[in-house]
Design a protein around this ligand. Structure first.
Ligand SMILES: [Zn+2]
Length: 113
């Protein structure tokens, strides 16, 4: 059995003023829309996985970095070989390599389009 692969990747505008979502059409017909926030929160790089695994300590009055107040956007997606995409975010984070398997797994978590 062949695993589904993306046959189309596009940016889709949702509402004015909100960053576009990433739409992936899979070879088995599933269309999934990924919000930049979902992708960023699911970043598989070592440092983000460590951050997620660490106990969350939230200050009572969180100090927002200026970049935290801007809507997060996907700045670019670059194919890595045949099996993955490197995703660049507008907050400057570029170390996440999203394998097709992982993107597919995330697709199950997002609302089907
Ligand atoms: Zn990361």
């Amino acid at each position: 059995m062949t695993l589904p692969v993306p046959v189309g990747i596009a940016r889709r505008e949702t509402e004015p003023g909100r960053p576009p979502t990433i739409e992936i059409v899979w070879s088995d017909g599933l269309t999934a829309r990924y919000s930049p926030r979902l992708l960023r929160d699911a970043c598989p790089c070592a440092s983000c996985r460590e951050t997620r695994a660490a106990p969350v300590v939230r200050p009572l009055l969180p100090v927002l970095e200026p970049r935290d107040t801007l809507p997060l956007a996907v700045a670019g997606m670059t194919p890595v070989g045949q099996y993955a995409y490197a995703i660049e975010f507008s907050d400057g984070h570029t170390s996440g390599i999203y394998t097709l398997d992982y993107l597919r797994e995330l697709a199950e978590r997002v609302t089907p389009a």
